[in-house]
Design a protein around this ligand. Structure first.
Ligand code: ADP
Ligand code: MG
Length: 346
C-alpha cells in the first residue's frame, strides 16, 4: 500500500464502523434530482420519472481482479466505479447512483481508505453519479469491493446484446489490447522488483498502457455522441473480457454470425510496440486481452456514413446469418474462426 508515501497511519478501529462510514462518505454531495436520500438511513431513497432504470453490480476480489502491489488505492476506487458505469453505458443509459460495499482487513488504514474513496469520488463526479449507500465489513483475508450502479435509460430505450440484425455494421470505440499490454508491463516490473517494493518501477514511455490498465474510462462520451448523431445501436456490450469473447456474446444472443476484418481492428501504437518487444501477436492481444472497457455495438448498415464520420468509432465488420459462423478475415483474405480466449472467471 502507501507506506512509502505516507507517514500517518490511523487505525480503522479508532473511528469505529459508523464513524468510518461517515468520514469516508462526508465529501460526497448528491447532485442527481433522482436522489432523494443518500447515505445515512437504512436504505437510500430514489425517485425516477416514468422511464426504464438499469441496475448492475460488479464484485472485485484482491488477488483475482486486482493486485495491490501495483494498484494505487485511488486508482482502484476509480476503476471499481468505472467498470460499473461502463455496464450502465453499454445498456444505453446514464449513471445516477452507486452503492459501494467493502470488506477490509486491519492492514488498511483510514488514510488508505480515504484514498480509495477519493478515487470513487473523482469517478462519480466525472460520470454524474451520487454515492447513496453501501456496506462495510472486516475481512480476514483480502480486500473485497462490490459496487452496484443504477442508471436511467436514454429516451431511445435500452440496448440489449440480443438484438443485432443481419448486415448490421459492427463498431468499436477506442482501441483494443492496451490494458492487457499494461498488465504484461506491470507483471514484468513486479518480477524485476521482487523483494524491492519501494523502488519506483521504470514505466517511462508506457504511460498510455498503464493508464488503460489502472484508470479505465467508461465511454460516456461515445453514448452521448451516438445520441447526438441520432444513431441508436441495435445491440451493444462493453468490452471487459476481450473483443472476441464479447462479439461471441452478441452473436450467440442475437442468433447471428459475424465477419470482422483483421486490418480494421484498432490497435494503438504503444500496444503494437510493446507486443513486438515481448514477441506476442498484437492481434491476439486485441482480440483476447481484457479490461479495455470500450463499447462494442452494431448499427444498421444505412447508418454507415453517420458512424464513419464520428471520431473514436471504428467499423470492424458486419453481422451475418448464424450459419456463416463467426469469422475473422486476415489481412491475406483467410477466414479464421473466432475463438473466445479472453479472461474467464472460472
Ligand atoms: P445497516 O446496519 O442498516 O446495514 P449500515 O450501518 O451498514 O446500516 O449503513 C448505514 C448507512 O451507511 C447506510 O446508508 C449505508 O448504505 C451506508 N454505508 C455503509 N457502508 C458504506 C460504504 N462502505 N460506503 C458508502 N456507504 C455506506
Ligand atoms: Mg450495513
Amino acid at each position: 500500500m502507501s507506506e512509502n508515501k505516507k507517514s500517518v497511519r490511523t487505525e480503522v478501529s479508532r473511528y469505529g464502523e459508523f464513524g468510518l462510514i461517515e468520514k469516508l462518505t462526508a465529501g460526497f454531495n448528491s447532485l442527481h434530482p433522482s436522489t432523494i436520500k443518500a447515505v445515512g438511513d437504512d436504505a437510500a431513497v430514489l425517485r425516477y420519472p416514468d422511464r426504464a432504470i438499469v441496475v448492475t453490480s460488479d464484485l472485485l476480489i484482491e488477488g483475482i481482479h486486482f493486485d495491490l502491489a501495483y494498484t494505487p488505492l485511488k486508482h482502484l476506487g476509480y476503476k471499481a466505479a468505472s467498470v460499473n458505469f461502463s455496464d450502465v453505458y453499454a445498456m444505453n443509459a446514464m449513471p445516477g447512483q452507486i452503492l459501494v460495499s467493502i470488506a477490509i482487513s486491519s492492514r488498511f488504514s483510514v488514510e488508505d481508505l480515504d484514498e480509495f474513496y477519493e478515487g470513487i469520488k473523482v469517478c462519480c463526479e466525472k460520470h454524474g453519479a451520487d454515492l447513496v449507500g453501501g456496506d462495510t465489513s472486516s475481512s480476514l483475508t483480502g480486500m473485497m469491493i462490490s459496487i452496484t450502479a443504477i442508471g436511467e435509460v436514454l429516451p431511445s430505450g435500452p440496448v440489449y446484446r440480443s438484438t443485432a440484425q443481419n448486415n448490421d455494421i459492427i463498431c468499436v470505440s477506442g482501441d483494443m489490447g492496451a490494458a492487457y499490454m499494461g498488465l504484461q508491463l506491470m507483471e514484468r516490473e513486479k518480477r524485476v522488483l521482487a523483494g524491492n517494493r519501494f523502488v519506483m518501477p521504470d514505466f517511462e514511455g508506457n504511460d498510455y498502457l498503464l493508464k488503460r490498465l489502472l484508470k479505465p474510462e467508461a465511454r460516456r462520451d461515445i453514448v452521448l455522441m451516438l445520441k447526438d448523431a441520432g444513431v441508436v445501436p441495435t445491440a451493444m456490450i462493453d468490452i471487459s473480457d476481450g473483443l472476441s469473447s464479447e462479439l461471441m456474446h452478441i452473436c450467440s444472443q442475437s442468433k447471428k454470425g459475424c465477419k470482422i476484418f483483421e486490418e480494421k481492428i484498432p490497435i494503438a501504437v504503444p500496444t503494437r510496440e510493446l507486443a513486438k518487444e515481448l514477441v506476442v501477436n498484437p492481434l491476439v492481444c486485441a482480440l483476447n486481452g481484457g479490461e479495455d472497457y470500450e463499447l462494442l455495438f452494431t448499427v444498421p448498415v444505412g447508418q454507415y456514413d453517420k458512424i464513419s464520420s464520428l471520431d473514436g468509432i471504428t467499423a470492424i465488420g458486419h453481422i451475418t446469418p448464424a450459419d456463416a459462423g463467426l469469422n475473422l478475415i486476415s489481412a491475406g483474405g483467410q477466414f479464421i474462426p473466432l475463438q473466445a480466449q479472453g479472461w474467464q472467471a472460472f
